[in-house]
Design a protein around this ligand. Structure first.
Ligand code: ADP
Ligand code: MG
Length: 303
């Protein structure tokens, strides 16, 4: 991963910072397998913001629309710092005992079963608080002392524990569409916040090359251009953010590789994400301007 960041021209001082961190907190055997994550995050500025914050011991909040690489970046960061990662998926019924832990019976004895926040705090893990805004505010109050300068976890009925020096908390939150909730101010103030941008066309070309090595160059350009076209129409208000879906584009391309016609695949991954027939026809026009009706798997891939 360090080599990848060198290629991406990340500030060498930050890379040196990561090496120092790994010297101070040597990665455990188990987590070194995470050194080659499935996806890599592209975006130099975001990398530099995230690395600076984590090296300063801060917690990170990655806020942005769907499929802007929030989870990919969070996992990349854990791998890069050589720390085990713990994932907590937030939902409306999340409570303190799930995050921190709770008493449970084992062999007719009461024992403490640690939750993911406790485990990361104890082992110096990277705890990914996924879609943190989905939880109720009252449930989140237990995180306050963990996330601020106190760095301490209070477990009712037990001694409180100090958060390990290598532990970091990375929250993600989706916003930008109906039904997304705000994060309360007290919690937001405990994070350094990055607003995750949509991937640039240039970086999308890199992503497509890495993900689909057999894709023909001209199609890599067309798909990246298509995503940019849709992005522009969303900005100008002609389309809704529903159809700006990188995850959907990548899924469509996988279907093409399986043999489905590109237009049918893009219908499923992009066009049909809106249920408005007028918007669908606008999206189909944009697609038609870039991808020929006659295209098939062999036009797209060297297979
Ligand atoms: N800037 C980016 N760099 C690399 N991959 C990205 C980027 N933005 C989006 N993706 C891709 O989009 C998909 C969704 O990423 P994910 O991290 O799950 O998004 P989010 O958590 O923001 O919804 C993944 O396949 C990921 O590789
Ligand atoms: Mg996500």
């Amino acid at each position: 991963m360090l080599d990848f960041l060198k290629d991406e021209q990340i500030d060498p001082e930050l890379l040196k910072g990561i090496e120092d961190f790994r010297r101070q907190f040597p990665p455990e055997e188990a987590s070194s397998s995470g050194a080659h994550p499935r996806y890599v995050y592209y975006g130099r500025e975001v990398w530099e913001q995230a690395l600076s914050a984590l090296l300063c011991g801060e917690n990170l909040l990655l806020a942005g629309s769907k499929a802007t690489g929030k989870n990919v970046l969070a996992e990349n960061l854990a791998a890069l710092f050589g720390r085990p990662s713990y994932n907590v998926s937030f939902h409306i019924n999340m409570d303190a005992s799930f995050m921190i832990g709770a008493d449970t019976f084992r062999d007719r004895q009461v024992v403490f079963r640690p939750g993911p926040v406790y485990e990361s705090a104890a082992r110096g893990g990277f705890c990914i608080l996924d879609e943190i805004n989905m939880a109720r505010n009252e449930a989140l109050a237990v995180l306050h002392s963990v996330l601020d300068f106190r760095r301490v976890i209070n477990v009712p009925g037990y001694d409180s524990i100090q958060v390990h020096g290598a532990a970091r908390f990375i929250a993600t939150m989706n916003y930008g569409y109906a039904g997304t909730r705000e994060l309360n101010e007290a919690l937001a103030s405990r994070f350094m916040v990055i607003h995750m941008p949509e991937i640039t066309e240039e970086n999308l070309v890199k992503l497509l090359r890495r993900e689909f090595p057999a894709m023909k160059k001209e199609y890599t350009q067309q798909f990246a251009g298509l995503f940019t076209d849709i992005g522009k129409k969303c900005k100008s208000g002609e389309l809704t953010a529903r159809v700006l879906d990188l995850r959907g584009l990548l899924d469509s391309i996988r279907l093409m590789r399986r043999g489905l016609s590109p237009l049918l695949a893009l219908d499923m991954g992009i066009t049909n994400k809106t249920f408005d027939t007028y918007e669908q026809s606008l999206v189909r026009d944009i697609i038609a301007s870039r991808i020929s009706k006659k295209a098939d798997r062999h036009s797209v891939f060297d297979l």
